[in-house]
Design a protein. Sequence first.
Lengths: 145, 170, 315
Amino acid sequence: MRSAVLIGMRVLTAVATAVTGYVHADLYLNNGYRVIHVVGPGFLLLSSGAFAVAALLLIGGSPVLRLGAAAVAAGALGGFVMSRTVGVFGFTETGLQPAPQALISLISELGALALLLSWHVILLRSRPASAFTWHRWLLAPARRS
Amino acid sequence: MMSNKRRWTRRGWPAALGAAAVGGTLLLAACSSGGASASASITPGGGQHLAGFGGTSATPTVLPTAMPSGTSMSGMPSSAAAPTAAPVAADAVAIHNFAFGPQVVSVKVGTTVHWTNQDSEAHTVTSDTGAFNSPTLQPGAGYSFTFTKPGTYSYHCTIHPFMTAKVVVS
Amino acid sequence: MTGEDSEHGMTRRQLMRHTAWFGAAVALTVTGSEVISHVAGDGSPAAAAAVAAGPGALRFVQISDSHLGFTGPANLDVTATFGAAINQVNALGYEPDFVMHSGDITHLTLASEFGQAKEMMADIATPRVFTVPGEHDTINDGGKLYRKFFGAGTLGNGWFSFDIKGVHIISLVNTTSVDALGVLGADQLDFVRRDVAGLSAETPIVVFSHIPLYAMYPKWGWGTSDAVTLLGILRRFGSVTALNGHVHQVFAKTEGNVTFYSAAPTCYPLPQPGQAPAPLPVTVPAGELSSALGIRTVSFQAGSTNLALTDERLT
């Protein structure tokens, strides 16, 4: 049962991360984000990183990958908020533009973070009790699933 | 054993709450209406009518008293397309790019001023003193107010309070 | 169990595992970005430019110097080359937000030439077409016939301004006064002063005129006598782009906050400054004419003053 849950977490997180990657790739390729100063290359990096992490998550649930997925989601969210407030190297946008990509991306990023969090909690709960070290708490080393 | 599990759980939940709070705030912040994707509305300069003529995808662009529809109309006549604006061009204010243009409008008592939202976001036209207040104007919507008493009426957009302008009635 | 935890931190085996996953992620990311970049790079330059405009970007086209009515060895069919330029605009792969013809629409200020030009330009796939008169459009009548065809909505001799997507566009006439150089005139300068008075210094400004607003080659009349005043009025703006025609060749120059770009014609080229005794039509070898003619696409990124300007030869 537990393995199924963990596999499910992996797959769902992979899907959410892939969606984030796909939306950013679409904006990069087809909606002109490519030419925006700094933001363009940033989208490329985020998108390829997202696909990489998503693909690997289908194979295994290493803490490195979970951290990577969290970084993708948090990075995308941070960029989103910055672009609507202080700007990112001079680039600003408003509201939920471009629609519908902005909303889809928001949902997949928040979803990925929520999934990662619950995954983390599940892993922590499932471990036998042992003395606390930051390594153990942060990385909650995955069981093979 | 159990106490250890409880301890981890207690530490886990604040993080979940935090994420939820962040997520909720983000969604709220992003909730200013998405609006229509910006159609390229051409706003003539102050006191001018639109120059030039239509190409094959001429759309009904800015007329001082008209509402831009933002949809393409094909087959616009190619002959000189003088816009049929009412001769009250100075009483029109366009809301565009998060600003009121012109920022100061001078009219005589009894004149009706027309505001048109040509931006891709909703705005309002709200007097600082409460003399007039438009409903929320979606992109393309308009609002009119007739000034019956002289004075200077400063106004702003309640959604974006940094947008300010005034009407001087004499 | 996933291997022994040590008392403080991770084991060598765990470190190797973490590193392996990290390395795999990095390798895949690099590969992925190569793939995505490759997809981005496919397609013709025009198509790439088409999708290259960011969200909310302003994209417009400048065409210039069609000289309808000209006949001569330099171009035996100016109507055909003008038509080819219009087809090229329609084949850009996107619809420009407007098209500006920067002057010398006709060669002889004839009603038939104006009429034909307007008919042809009304077929451009764009919401709006604007024009500026050249000296060939205002021969001996101060622009009256030009204004009959193209003057709707303009002020004075035919100047006007408008805003689009956060960019302020000013269209000026410096060809109606008979003079060695172009002249803007006090009325027009006052108009510009009033027109830009309320604009913030971050507003990108684009100025169209027929004759260059800088001293490109005064000996041939390639300059405007009172442009200095105009540039003074625009000094406070961070981004001013001046686009002109008249000289029948592509040329660019930056002076302070203003960058000037002269456009290619759609009829025939003129010699470069000083390379000939007079600015007369240059006859180029057969087959080479279209490489001297062209259209210009300009795009402004929303939210910034970066602009991309591409001069395309006639195909």
